[in-house]
Design a protein around this ligand. Sequence first.
Ligand SMILES: [Zn+2]
Length: 200
Amino acid sequence: MTVCLMDVLLRRGLFVALQLAVSSSVRHPALRAGLIGARRTKKTWPVSFSQDELRKRLTPKQYHITQERGTESAFTGEFTDHKDEGTYTCVVCGAPLFSSNTKFDSGSGWPSFFDLLKEESVTLTDDFSYGMHRVETTCSQCGAHLGHLFDDGPRPTGKRYCINSGSLAFQPKDTAPSASSSTAEGGAASGSVTDGKTEL
Ligand SMILES: [Zn+2]
């Protein structure tokens, strides 16, 4: 019991120290603006992977897009003109994100979808980078950057999920009898805050 209490107290102490560090750095107006602009309010995701593992498992392009919020050049992604039937999943954690049924040719040069497989599978946040206001789309399971959401899509939703091929993997219809069964496997993830180096 005492050991547990000590543990809790220690963690608390660390947490307070961290908070102090953050609040003191935020005092600088420019820094504060930067932090707000990045809107990194949601720091923990249900599933997390070590950066080392991801660097090994993903291509440099996939890593850059999903972990560093990168964007592939238009018309270069492997799924832009991909028309097979099946499910598009997160390349990092495998969560099902989009169905080929909602994919359409937007002419933008990136894979485009007018709807999600499940509303909760993608998290939306404001993105004020590059002097514009856009809505960033992120995998709700692992926090991987996917792309952006625009309001100029076709009916019935009027939405256009503009997604990097590099953040997607594809499961053909025939080989995925139950594509939705793999979502919950990482429920109680390690939860470790790997380190703070995702800060810009
Ligand atoms: Zn993911």
